[in-house]
Write a protein of this length. Structure first.
Length: 424
């Protein structure tokens, strides 16, 4: 059979390639997709001077004691609406989590949680924080992700924030290798220029300490309306990934600063207020495909005193709500919020596992089922299951039995671009 004759020539193809060269570079450089690494399910904030190498274990013990004082882990799961079978699977996992890894991501706070105590006090606290983090990492008691939030780059606090950042990073560098899970958080960002200034600051620290380019990535806290809608009618937050490509690791929504900036009364400031949902949807669109992770904010309704069970129910519902909306991380402010965080998170993944695994098996084995999934949906199914494994909600043996795939294949299905890159 003779080869079919096309109408477009090699020159035509070359012309189109030339037209789209800039697009190809943009997609390759600015939209690499998620890197497949573990994302913590939460970030705990604590005033910087309260951290010690035993901090995470202490919070885990306090969280466990709070649950035991209110009927145990099965009772907690029941409060969150879990049936007996689900609670039986979730409760022991939460109890084990609070014993082995109660905090996944910890931020030593030099901003709102620390305040203005004068330069001498903050200098000393920054040096001590670096030493304590290095000691915790060496002892194996540090959370897998740990770092600081320093003061913002507005004029009044800029020099102080930069000095604290410098002292902390320099102290860690002097102690040896930087922690693999080091995280730096820039708060109250209002303009792209502030993020570019942060990029310059960490680049200089890399140069000074002989670190690889790009080693110091950072999070941006979205706490101001100016970052969602700028003075020109554009969205500055959408420009951030492209202003400093590869430098930003996450966007974190700041519930109370953002709500207050929009004159929302204190009683109605919440992660589920319409203004919060709008901001978070813009953030979600802004970083789609860039590999930048998202985190929801916090609730200040704390499970203490006579309000423990109501606060657990509220927190569990808010955690579930965030997960359903594609926000896989949030903030926790108190030890007693850890049990409801993990119980709600584990239930989310365990409830969704059977259906997701069945659809994934049908896709892999090309078996016809009630749902005809496309490659994009298969990626989402695999990513869902992978997140469940990474946070400890489900085991790899369960995934193998239900979906018929092991962890390497699951990871490749969730992040096919990474698999292609590693094999090239």
């Amino acid at each position: 059979m003779a080869a079919p004759k096309s109408s477009l020539s090699a020159g035509d193809l070359a012309h189109i390639d030339g037209q789209l060269a800039a697009t190809d570079r943009l997609l390759e450089q600015n939209y690499p997709g998620d890197d497949g690494s573990r994302q913590p399910v939460h970030t705990v904030y604590v005033p910087a001077d309260r951290f010690t190498p035993s901090f995470a274990g202490d919070w885990g013990a306090q969280a466990t004691a709070a649950v035991q004082a209110h009927g145990g882990f099965g009772q907690l799961c029941g409060l969150l609406g879990q049936d007996a079978a689900l609670a039986q699977a979730v409760a022991p996992r939460v109890e084990a989590k609070l014993s082995s890894e109660p905090i996944e991501d910890l931020r030593l706070d030099f901003e709102d949680g620390f305040g203005d105590r004068g330069d001498d006090a903050e200098d000393a606290a920054a040096v001590t924080a670096a030493s304590a983090v290095a000691a915790a990492v060496a002892a194996g008691s540090a959370p897998p992700f740990i770092g600081i939030r320093f003061k913002c780059f507005e004029a009044a606090t800029r020099a102080r924030g930069l000095r604290t950042l410098d002292l902390f990073v320099s102290g860690l560098a002097a102690a040896g290798e930087l922690p693999d899970g080091l995280v730096l958080t820039l708060p109250k960002v209002t303009t792209v220029a502030q993020v570019q200034a942060m990029d310059y600051a960490v680049s200089r620290l890399e140069d000074v300490h002989g670190l690889p380019t790009g080693r110091l990535r950072f999070e941006v806290q979205v706490e101001t309306p100016q970052l969602i809608l700028g003075p020109e009618g554009t969205s500055p937050v959408a420009q951030l990934p492209h202003a400093v490509p590869g430098r930003i690791s996450g966007l974190h929504y700041g519930t109370y600063d953002y709500s207050a900036s929009l004159q929302i009364s204190a009683e109605y400031q919440s992660m589920e207020h319409p203004v919060a949902d709008f901001a978070k949807e813009v953030m979600q669109l802004a970083v789609a495909g860039t590999g930048i992770r998202l985190s929801d904010g916090s609730t200040n309704i704390i499970p203490v005193g006579d309000n423990v069970e109501n606060a657990w129910q509220l927190h569990g519902r808010l955690v579930r709500r965030s997960l359903e909306r594609g926000y896989y991380q949030g903030w926790d402010l108190h030890p007693a919020q850890l049990p409801s965080r993990f119980a709600a998170t584990y239930a989310f993944y365990r409830e969704g596992l059977p259906a997701a695994a069945a659809r994934l098996r049908n896709y892999v084995e090309r078996t016809e089922g009630g749902v005809m999934d496309e490659p994009a949906t298969a990626r989402a199914l695999a990513a869902f299951v992978l997140r469940g494994v990474q946070c400890g909600a489900v085991g790899t043996g369960e995934v193998q039995a239900l979906a018929g795939v092991g962890l390497p294949q699951l990871t490749a299905l969730a992040h096919p671009r990474l698999a292609t890159t590693s094999n090239s």
